[in-house]
Design a protein around this ligand. Structure first.
Ligand SMILES: [Zn+2]
Length: 81
């Protein structure tokens, strides 16, 4: 079976891309006969970005410990005497 380069339209961006004969024969050898819906650019983008983006958890701002300042005041008192 011989393959020919096909011009397809990407469903994501609407741009035309070439579904090459090499790709067709490669996919056919894997038992895949469906034509790709997306161009290589959008396919790469989809592979790079996970379906559910991980949102960064807000960083908790550390509260200044009150004890430290109290101890410091006590130490000052001792030194003063
Ligand atoms: Zn696209």
């Amino acid at each position: 079976m011989s393959y020919e380069d096909k011009s397809l339209t990407c469903q994501d961006c609407g741009r035309a891309f070439v579904f090459t004969a090499t790709q067709q024969s490669y996919l056919a050898s894997k038992g895949l006969t469906k034509e790709p819906r997306r161009g290589p650019t959008c396919r790469d983008m989809q592979a790079a970005a996970p379906a559910a983006p991980v949102t960064a958890a807000p960083k908790l701002v550390g509260i200044e410990p009150v004890q430290r300042s109290a101890e410091g005041a006590r130490a000052k008192d001792r030194r003063a005497r």
